[in-house]
Design a protein around this ligand. Structure first.
Ligand code: TUI
Length: 315
């Protein structure tokens, strides 16, 4: 399938693997890139040396285009912004903020830049700042999210911009991909679906929770702090929601103490009691592990078949 995104990025399938902090490391990103999508290494809040090594390890597995993500709330964002240039990363995505101050340097280095946006206003600003594409991410997605759904955000961003738009949030099969393409997207970004792959290095407990999830298994915490996060319902999300009922300095401090390091506890330790198991709403659809290659191939083939069938079913 050829789209403006496959052309822009030099990839086979118009599917980008979402950058998931602590999760999207070299095994996963290299598997996705090797299979013809765009694999992305998540910078998260990791030290620069760790991410440098992740990039180099991915490069040992595949010479296809590789992406990196900078989470703009990270204290290391400035250093990671430079690392991407030093390591000649082909594609950068950003999350949780406005990457405007880095854009000129990245463009000069020839990096393709695709900021994640959760509103039309930021999307327009990113186009003016020289972004090559934007990723419009709806609140069905996992992790840090905005206010709008993919269904409402995506077509409004498509209408507002001339550069290609990638749809994200709630997409994990050919139907979701076809819907995004019908709304004018040139590609999709998926995170949750890649949690349920053998190449993803998360704890067995994390995978088990994703595979067992239903449509209503996720919840959003962190709204009072201004950083809403979608994750699977666990003892920790219950505790956070309880504390959020009455917002005081003390309750916010308690939440901070309980959630600090909790994503690592989920990813590495599989700690059900104390971990934050970030996941999108579409986890309910995932029932078995499938290879990254299978995910990319079947999603694209199914989307293509649906788009070709078009209106036949209403005739
Ligand atoms: O960034 C994400 N997803 C993430 S980041 C993350 S790590 C984290 N953990 C706890 C709290 C906060 C972060 C886990 N998942 N997705 C991309 C994304 N960006 N979603 C929403 C946004 C966004 C929201 C508001 C981007 C820009 C924005 O406004 C910035 C501005 O200045 O207008």
């Amino acid at each position: 399938m050829k789209t403006k995104i496959t052309e822009l990025l030099g990839i086979e399938y118009p599917i980008v693997q979402g950058a998931m902090a602590w999760i999207a490391e070299h095994h996963l990103a290299a598997a996705v890139s090797k299979a013809g999508g765009l694999g992305i290494i998540a910078g998260g809040a990791a030290p620069v040396d760790v991410i440098r090594q992740e990039i180099r390890r991915a490069r040992e597995i595949t010479d296809k285009p590789l992406g990196m993500n900078i989470m703009l709330l990270s204290p290391n964002a400035d250093d990671l912004a430079q690392l991407a240039i030093d390591e000649k990363i082909e594609v950068l995505t950003t999350g949780a903020g406005n990457p405007g101050k880095y854009m000129e340097n990245w463009k000069q280095a020839g990096i393709k830049v695709m900021p994640v946006v959760a509103s039309v206003a930021l999307a327009k600003r990113m186009e003016r700042a020289g972004a090559d594409a934007v990723i419009a991410e709806g609140m069905e997605g996992g992790g840090h999210i905005g206010e709008l759904t993919t269904m409402a955000l995506l077509p409004q961003v498509v209408d507002a911009l001339d550069i290609p738009v990638i749809g994200a949030g709630g997409i994990a099969d050919g139907r979701g991909m076809a819907a995004a393409l019908l709304m004018g997207a040139e590609g999709v970004q998926c995170g949750t679906v890649f949690l349920a792959t053998p190449e993803c290095q998360i704890s067995e407990k994390y995978k088990e929770l994703v595979l067992k999830a239903s449509d209503i298994s996720t919840v959003v915490t962190g709204r009072p702090s201004g950083h809403p996060v979608r994750a699977l319902k666990t003892p920790l999300t219950r505790k956070c929601l309880e504390l959020e009922k009455e917002v005081t300095d003390q309750s916010l401090e308690e939440i901070e103490a309980a959630t600090a390091g909790s994503l690592r506890k989920a990813v590495q330790d599989g700690n059900y009691e104390e971990g934050t198991f970030m996941s999108g709403q579409i986890a309910g659809m995932l029932r078995e592990l499938r290879s990254c290659e299978d995910v990319l191939k079947s999603m694209t083939a199914d989307a293509e078949a649906l788009l070709r069938a078009g209106f036949a079913r209403f005739e």
